[in-house]
Design a protein around this ligand. Structure first.
Ligand code: LCS
Length: 393
């Protein structure tokens, strides 16, 4: 079936499917490391590209292909590239796009390891990076150098929930031939499609909302154009950070319910954010669905909903926040996000603890910031639990 013109929810169910010989309703798991060639000429043709036959699972595999086609269809891109993890996707992009002497500008408050790997490892190969508050596009313009090859943004940013104007950044970069990359993990394509705003590359830690069930780790990149696929795919293959067929199957399965999960989690999150916003023990809440979010209008213009991630700080800062995390019983005290279960964690001592303390503070990741990934439980249960925990803080 040609799924190009289907609506988003229909694409989740039908895009990328395989017509296998038994008429399987779901994508089969081709759990094999290698594929038998019909004869020696066929093997040679697969390697030369004259045949699109499968060769070896690190290079290509029908189950992984199905996910890559599905992801491309959801993000309105040319092709997906499935990776072993979100960090596999980050490293495929960094290594594929950047070379010695190049410079990258990034959102300052990105997922900790995305920044740490660049500052600690890629710097050894002569790649420079600058971290700025990309919620103001002028900060990006000020940092542009002749060597700037990539602008890398996360919107909403993990964990500050600051937004970046996708259209403005795509225009700034486009005029100068700079490649734009968006980490769309916090939104999923259900809420935001950076390629539609002119970005070149979008990627996800599919560990989060895309798979949605906290049972696998994975990453998917989607590129706008064939040229970028021909740069990034060999890099993924040669780095060896390919996805596994079983992982791909799980993500395809999780994606079928992306819309219903996101919708429910977001409805819950709006209620939780409103509860936190007026609670006397809460100092501030940052959630794109609240009018108090400094970029509320931008959220409405580039996101199809505010999502299910909330950051907040208790009055009494770090100690009060830790106290709260120890006292809640419904959300799991755990890192990761975007699953059906609510999760709570403390970025300064957990996900972002390896980021240099002064960089962390400069980018708004305060010691008291608590991050809440709202799940799809009954909202009243989440709020009652928070209320009870707050009383004891
Ligand atoms: N990008 C974002 C925005 C993330 O939140 C994460 C992981 C990654 C990339 C990396 O993906 P992974 O390799 O883990 O699949 N974020 C995590 C977090 O906030 N808590 O634990 C992991």
């Amino acid at each position: 079936m040609d799924t190009k013109d289907l609506g988003f929810d229909s694409k989740l169910i039908h895009s990328g499917q395989i017509d296998d010989q038994f008429g399987s309703a779901t994508v089969p798991i081709y759990q094999t490391s290698t594929f038998r060639f019909r004869d020696a000429d066929h093997g040679a043709a697969c390697f030369s590209g004259d045949s699109d036959g499968y060769i070896y699972t690190r290079l290509n595999n029908p189950t992984i292909d199905a996910l890559e086609r599905l992801a491309a269809s959801l993000e309105n891109g040319y092709r997906g590239i499935a990776c072993s993890s979100g960090m596999g996707a980050v490293n495929t992009i960094y290594s594929g796009v950047l070379k010695q002497g190049d410079h990258m500008i990034s959102t300052d408050a990105v997922y900790g390891p995305s920044r740490v790997v660049m500052e600690k490892h890629y710097s050894k190969y002569g790649i420079e990076s600058s971290y700025v508050d990309t919620s103001n596009p002028d900060n990006i313009i000020k940092e542009i150098r002749p060597q700037t090859r990539m602008i890398y943004i996360e919107t909403p940013a993990n964990p500050t929930m600051s937004l970046t104007d996708l259209k403005a950044v795509a225009e700034i970069a486009g005029e100068r031939g700079i490649i734009t990359v968006a980490d769309n993990t916090f939104c999923s394509p259900y809420l935001q499609k950076p390629l539609d705003f002119g970005f070149d590359i979008v990627f996800h830690s599919v560990t989060k909302f895309m798979n949605g069930h906290a049972d696998i780790v994975g990453g998917v990149i989607v590129v706008k154009q064939r040229k970028l696929d021909s740069i990034l795919r060999p890099m993924m293959i040669n780095l060896g950070c390919n996805m596994d067929p079983h992982q791909a199957y799980m993500v395809i399965r999780g994606l079928k319910t992306l819309s219903v999960r996101m919708e429910k989690a977001q409805q819950n999150a709006i209620k939780v954010a409103r509860f936190l916003e007026v609670h006397p023990k809460v100092a501030w809440v940052k959630y794109p669905g609240l009018e108090s979010h400094p970029q509320y209008e931008l959220a409405r213009s580039q996101m199809d909903g505010p999502g299910a991630m909330i950051s907040f700080e208790m009055k009494g800062g770090l100690n009060a926040g830790k106290n709260l995390m120890n006292k809640v019983s419904l959300p799991l005290l755990a890192v990761s996000l975007g699953g059906v279960e609510s999760l709570i964690q403390h970025p300064a001592s957990m996900t972002h603890s390896k980021v240099d303390k002064s960089s962390r503070e400069e980018s708004g990741i305060t010691d008291g910031l608590v991050r809440f990934s709202v799940g799809i439980e009954n909202p009243e249960d989440i709020i009652t639990d928070l209320e009870r925990a707050m009383e004891n803080v």
